[in-house]
Write a protein that binds this ligand. Structure first.
Ligand code: 4NP
Length: 154
């Protein structure tokens, strides 16, 4: 079993979409996907209605997800931890206990290998089109996660 964790700030906008998209593309008997937030603002809440609507428009149901905060135990529970932006990355790394922990963490869009667009922009204070943009970035990057990091699952 390969275990993948998607992390953003609130765990209500970006990482729930990332979790839902990757889950929709992998065999759940081989890959576990979860998400968490570095902040504690929204613990126990469902995804933002705009994330739910965007996912639904691609036939992905994320309504059952509930926000939780990233904890140091997540380094033991997951093989790959993807941070949506640099601030989240920094906050995850600050909790790392050793190099093994650090090596599990990557910036989600690093996998796109483009000089720009290193961060999945926080869509919380913007309009609906921000969520569509986030969806497209995550759709592309999760394809590459499957190709490069989970190649044995093809
Ligand atoms: P997320 O978006 O990190 O993609 O879940 C946010 C959600 C809530 C807040 C910020 C970003 N907030 O400030 O409450």
């Amino acid at each position: 079993m390969t275990r993948v964790l998607m992390v953003c700030l609130g765990n209500i906008c970006r990482s729930p979409l990332a979790e839902g998209i990757l889950k929709s593309k992998v065999d759940s008997t081989k890959v576990t996907v979860d998400s968490a937030g570095t902040a504690n603002y929204h613990i126990g809440k469902g995804p933002d209605p705009r994330s739910i609507a965007t996912a639904a428009s691609y036939n992905i149901d994320i309504t059952d997800q509930r926000a939780r905060q990233f904890t140091v135990e997540d380094f033991d529970e997951f093989d790959h931890i993807f941070a949506m932006d640099k601030e989240n990355y920094k906050n995850i790394i600050a909790l790392a206990r050793n190099k093994t922990d650090i090596d599990k963490v990557a910036l989600m869009l690093d996998i796109l290998n483009t000089p720009e667009k290193k961060e999945v922009p926080d869509p919380y204070y913007g309009g609906d089109q921000g969520f569509e943009h986030v969806y497209k970035l995550l759709d592309k990057s999760t394809d590459l996660v499957i190709k490069r990091i989970l190649p044995h699952l093809d």
